[in-house]
Design a protein around this ligand. Structure first.
Ligand code: MTE
Ligand code: MO
Length: 556
C-alpha cells in the first residue's frame, strides 16, 4: 500500500474536463442500471429511476402536468423518463467538473442522488420496506464506481505528467478502488506502470462499467416487462373466462350498428387500439393468483376478496364505451369494449353501505385513486362492474390486469381504476383523490359529444353529394339524434346506426350537397334527455370539453 494518492493534490493529478465528466456520468449510469436491475428482480416499482420520475410527476405544479399531457399526450411517460435522464446527466456533468481535483464533490453528488432516490422510492404510494434494496444497491454501486474510476483517472493523469519511464517516481498507482472493475489488471500496476498502461486500464475499466450498466439496465427493463409470471397468469385467466358460464351475455353487435363502409371506426375497439390513459410509469405487475381486494370504510362488515372469489360470483358481459375527460372535441380518447366482470352494486350491498357514505374511493395497486359517487354505482340498471375480461381475453396489463372498475356514464378518472386494490366507502368531504387534488372536478358524468370521422380534415372531395359519418356518445342515456351542417347553413338530420345499448357510442351518417370550394362541416348530437351538445367551447379541465366538432374540406 502506498499513501501517494492521499498526498496533497498536485496540478499534475487534475483530471481533464472530459475525463472528470465521464467518471461521474459512468458512476451515475452504473447506479441507475444496477438499481433498475435489482428492482426488476424484486419489485419493478422500486426502481430508483422510475421512482424519481414518479416523484417529479407528483411534485410538479399542475400547469406543468397539464402542459405535458397536452404537448406529449400518450408519449408523456417516455418524455418524462428521458427528461429525468437528461437532468441526471446535467447534474452529473456539473458534479464531475467540480471533482477534477479530488473525488469528494463527485462522491457527494452520487450520495445525494442515492439518498434522494431512496426517499423517492420509500415515499411511493405503495412502497414496502423491502423496496429499499434497489435504491441502496444503486447508491453503493454508484459510490464504489465513482471512487474506483476517479482513482484510476487520477493515476492516469499523474502518470501522463511524469516523464516516460519515470512513472515509478510518483509511486505505484496505489490500491485499486473498492469497486475497481479492472482490479486484477491494475493490481499488476506498479513500478512498471506507464502512462499508456494506466490510460488503458482507465479506458478498460470505463468500458467495463459502460457495458456492465447496459447489460444490467437492459436486464432490469426486460425483467420488469416480463412481469414475473404475469403472462402465464393472464393466459390462465383468459382460459378460465372462456370456460366460465356467463349469467348475462352482451348481444352480438349487429352489422347495422356500424358505418365502417363510410369511414367510421369499428364498433368494438380492439384491445391494441383501445385508448390508454394512466399516470403509471411502471405498470403494476399483479398476478391474478396474488390479487385481493379489500372493501372497507363506512361499511357494516369489511370484505376481502381474492380472484377466485370474484370468479365464483355471477359473471356478466357488457359492451361499454369508455371516455376520458381529457378528450378534446373531435379527439379519440374514447373506445368501446366487451367487458366481462362482476356486478359491483351487490358486492357493496353485501358489505353494507352507510347511507352517509356518498363517495367510493377506489385505489390502484400503485396508489392512484378515483372517487365515484356511491349513488351512481348503486343506481339500478347502471351496470357498474369489476371487470376481469376485455374483448375475449383477460384484461391487458396496461388496461388494469387483473381487475379494474368500469362505471358506464362516468369519465374514467372518477370511476375506471385499473390494477384495483382497495375500495373505501367514505364521503366527498372526508377524502379527496388523485385528480381532484390537481384541480379536476369532483364529479364528472360524461358529456354528450360527437365526432366527425369522415371525411377527414383538409381532404378533397369530388363535387356532388358528400358522405359524412362519425360517432356520437351520451352514456348512460344514449343518443337520440345527430345533425350536420355546412358553413353555418341549415342542420341536416343524420341517419343513426342501430343502438347497441345506451352505454355505448352510436354511429351516424349523412349526405350533404356541396358546391365546389372550401367548406366547414359541423356536427352536434342530442341525447335521450333532449340535451343538445352546446356550441360553446370549453377546455377539458375541470370536467370535460364542450363544443361541436368541425372539419374543413375542399370540394373539387
Ligand atoms: N390505476 C389507474 N387507473 C386509472 C388511471 C390511472 O392513472 N391509474 N387513469 C384513469 C383514466 S383518466 C382513464 S380515462 C381510464 C383509462 O382507461 P384505459 O387506459 O384502459 O383506456 O383509466 C382510469 N384508471
Ligand atoms: Mo381519463
Amino acid at each position: 500500500m502506498t499513501t501517494d494518492e492521499r498526498a496533497p493534490v498536485k496540478a499534475s493529478t487534475v483530471l481533464s474536463r472530459s475525463v472528470a465528466i465521464m467518471v461521474e456520468l459512468l458512476a451515475i449510469i452504473a447506479a441507475v442500471a444496477s438499481g433498475h436491475l435489482v428492482a426488476g428482480l424484486l419489485a419493478p416499482a422500486s426502481s430508483p429511476f422510475v421512482a424519481v420520475g414518479d416523484a417529479v410527476v407528483r411534485l410538479s405544479p399542475q400547469p406543468v402536468v397539464e402542459f405535458a399531457k397536452s404537448a406529449f399526450g400518450t408519449a408523456d411517460k417516455p418524455v418524462l423518463l428521458a427528461g429525468t435522464a437528461v437532468l441526471l446527466m446535467l447534474a452529473g456533468a456539473a458534479a464531475g467538473l467540480a471533482a477534477r481535483h479530488r473525488p469528494l464533490p463527485g462522491t457527494l453528488a452520487v450520495v445525494l442522488l442515492g439518498v434522494v432516490s431512496t426517499v423517492a422510492v420509500l415515499a411511493g404510494p405503495a412502497a414496502r420496506p423491502s423496496d429499499v434494496f434497489a435504491p441502496l444497491t444503486a447508491l453503493v454501486v454508484g459510490l464504489l464506481t465513482q471512487l474506483g474510476l476517479h482513482h484510476l483517472a487520477r493515476s492516469a493523469a499523474a502518470a501522463r505528467h511524469s516523464a516516460p519511464g519515470a512513472a515509478g517516481a510518483t509511486g505505484p498507482a496505489g490500491p485499486p478502488g473498492p469497486a475497481d472493475p479492472a482490479g486484477p489488471i491494475s493490481s499488476g500496476d506498479g513500478p512498471a506502470a506507464t502512462p499508456v498502461r494506466r490510460r488503458t486500464v482507465l479506458a478498460g475499466a470505463s468500458a467495463a462499467v459502460a457495458v456492465g450498466s447496459l447489460v444490467a439496465g437492459g436486464a432490469g427493463v426486460a425483467l420488469a416487462a416480463s412481469g414475473r409470471g404475469i403472462a402465464e397468469s393472464r393466459a390462465t385467466v383468459t382460459r378460465r373466462l372462456a370456460m366460465a358460464r356467463l349469467t348475462e351475455r352482451a348481444p352480438a353487435i349487429p352489422e347495422s350498428a356500424g358505418f365502417a363502409r363510410f369511414g367510421t371506426v369499428p364498433f368494438v375497439t380492439s384491445n391494441a387500439d383501445f385508448y390508454r390513459i394512466d399516470v403509471a410509469l411502471q405498470i403494476p405487475a399483479v398476478r391474478a393468483e396474488d390479487w385481493s381486494l379489500r372493501i372497507h370504510g363506512r361499511v357494516d362488515r369489511e370484505i376481502t376478496l381474492n380472484f377466485d372469489d370474484l370468479m365464483a360470483r355471477p359473471l356478466v358481459e357488457r359492451t361499454i364505451t369508455m371516455t376520458c375527460v381529457s378528450n378534446t372535441v373531435g379527439g379519440n380518447l374514447v373506445s368501446t369494449a366487451n367487458f366481462v366482470g362482476v356486478d359491483l352494486a351487490p358486492l357493496l350491498l353485501e358489505a353494507g353501505v352507510d347511507p352517509a357514505a356518498d363517495q367510493i374511493v377506489s385505489t390502484s395497486r400503485d396508489g392512484w385513486t378515483a372517487g365515484t359517487p356511491t349513488a351512481t354505482v348503486l343506481e339500478p340498471g347502471r351496470g357498474a362492474i369489476l371487470a376481469l375480461g376485455m374483448n375475449g381475453e383477460s384484461l391487458p396489463v396496461e388496461h388494469g390486469f387483473p381487475v379494474r372498475m368500469v362505471v358506464p356514464g362516468l369519465y374514467g378518472y372518477v370511476s375506471a381504476t385499473k390494477w384495483l386494490a382497495e375500495i373505501e366507502l367514505t364521503t366527498f368531504a372526508d377524502r379527496t383523490v388523485y385528480w381532484r387534488d390537481r384541480g379536476w372536478g369532483e364529479r364528472a358524468p360524461i358529456k354528450t359529444q360527437c365526432r366527425i370521422d369522415a371525411p377527414t380534415g383538409f381532404s378533397e372531395q369530388p363535387a356532388g353529394r358528400v358522405r359524412v359519418a362519425g360517432v356520437a356518445w351520451a352514456q348512460p342515456v344514449g343518443i337520440a339524434q345527430v345533425e350536420v351542417r355546412a358553413d353555418g347553413g341549415p342542420w341536416v338530420r343524420a341517419e343513426l346506426a342501430t343502438e347497441v345499448n345506451p352505454n355505448t357510442w352510436r354511429m351516424w351518417t349523412a349526405e350533404l350537397d356541396l358546391e365546389p370550394g372550401s367548406h366547414t362541416l359541423t356536427a352536434r348530437a342530442t341525447d335521450r334527455r333532449g340535451l343538445t351538445q352546446t356550441e360553446e367551447r370549453v377546455d377539458p379541465i375541470p370536467d370535460g370539453a364542450t363544443g361541436q366538432p368541425q372539419v374543413i374540406l375542399t370540394v373539387a
